[in-house]
Design a protein around this ligand. Structure first.
Ligand SMILES: CC(C)(COP(=O)(O)OP(=O)(O)OC[C@H]1O[C@@H](n2cnc3c(N)ncnc32)[C@H](O)[C@@H]1OP(=O)(O)O)[C@@H](O)C(=O)NCCC(=O)NCCS
Length: 329
């Protein structure tokens, strides 16, 4: 086990006020039901950003909460790593908008794009830059306005996603607490199981992409499900191995919140009972990059993560990408 370089000095999150319940999809003309969605996914409701909310505003609220808890001012931030699959603009990175919003004038800021694994990738990237002496204090954010990229006419995807943001301030570790182990992997041969066909440089946005709805997210749900369970299970194993721990040593597992059945299968594989698994997918749906930060924030504020807790974070997303960390709080 390596000596921890970085610890979590403060966590913050934000979810838009508007809550959309499963029953509301019928009003959009979709043939679905609360019963179907709850049974297949565990999701009951999700938060949806308003027209004046975007990743800049949502991530700024989450970041200010994290910075306040860490006792860190914007001028002390050396590094901002922001994960998102729904950047406010394609150029420049959303991270620099957040930097400007916060007034974090000393920071280097950039985005990571690893879909639902982005926040975990971002934490690992930030830890590496801290280890190499490029930063002392880092802000790592996951933020999504997925409501703008889902196809609201496709019942197999739009019921799954929600909006929100999560943030962590990482500082140089003291007294052995912090990130004990990390793991990250990708498999680009599977990219087209979950993607947006158009709107990028390969197939620029045009009238045809609007007409065939290819600017929206597309997914092969059943295939994604299988890979998610396999990859999250592997990621849990690798991070535990890296920390020389087993599932029995973990106080709480906080998985990416995509589907409660994926979470249950991952927990079972890792030998972690569901009492030790944090689940809030019922109230947020899948918020991609924001999901683990939102869950960690709730786990801390509800007292399920306290000083000394050993926590396993694990995520999986489009790409495919997957990642995991073991953290001592
Ligand atoms: C999407 C998902 C919930 C679908 O559940 P499933 O049990 O695999 O269901 P299937 O896709 O096989 O669809 C079964 C039927 O339900 C239908 N269906 C799909 N969405 C529906 C909805 N919202 N309401 C009602 N019926 C729906 C399908 O059309 C299909 O009908 P058919 O049998 O007549 O063709 C599930 O595959 C899943 O969660 N996958 C992973 C998605 C994910 O987490 N992605 C993000 C990863 S980070």
């Amino acid at each position: 086990m390596k000596r921890p370089v970085a610890y979590f000095a403060g966590i913050g999150a934000y979810a838009p006020a508007r809550v959309m319940r499963n029953e509301e999809f019928a009003a959009l003309g979709l043939e679905t039901s609360d019963e179907w969605i709850v049974q297949r996914t565990g999701i009951r409701e999700r938060h949806i950003a308003g027209p004046d909310e975007n990743n800049r505003t949502m991530s700024a609220i989450a970041s200010r909460r994290a910075m306040e808890r860490a006792g860190v001012s914007p001028g002390e931030i050396d590094l901002i790593v922001l994960g998102t699959a729904t950047p406010d603009r394609l150029l420049p990175a959303t991270a620099v908008d957040l930097q400007a919003e916060l007034g974090a004038s000393r920071a280097a800021a950039f985005d990571v794009m690893a879909a639902c694994s982005s926040w975990l990738y971002g934490l690992i990237v930030a830890e590496g830059l801290m280890a190499s002496g490029n930063a002392e204090t880092a802000l790592v954010v996951g933020t999504e306005k997925l409501s703008t990229i889902v196809d609201w006419k496709d019942r197999s995807t739009c019921v799954l996603f929600g909006d929100g943001a999560g943030a962590a301030v990482l500082k140089r570790s003291r007294q052995g607490k912090g990130i004990l182990s990390t793991y990250m992997r990708s498999d680009g041969t599977l990219a087209e199981l979950l993607y947006r066909p158009s709107g990028g440089a390969a197939r620029p946005f045009d009238q045809a992409s609007l007409d065939d709805r290819s600017i929206f997210l597309r997914m092969e749900g059943r295939e994604v499900f299988k890979h998610a369970v396999r990859s999250m299970s592997e990621a849990a194993d690798r991070a535990l191995d890296g920390a020389k721990l087993t599932g029995a040593n973990v106080d709480l597992m906080i998985p990416h919140q995509a589907n409660v059945r994926i979470i249950e299968a991952t927990a079972k594989h890792a030998g972690i009972p569901m009492e030790k698994v944090f689940v809030n997918v019922d109230r947020f749906g899948n918020t991609s990059s924001a999901s683990v930060g939102l869950a960690l924030d709730e786990a801390i504020t509800s007292g399920r993560v306290t000083e000394g807790s050993t926590v396993l974070l694990v995520a999986f997303g489009a790409g495919f990408t997957w990642a995991s960390l073991v953290i001592r709080f």
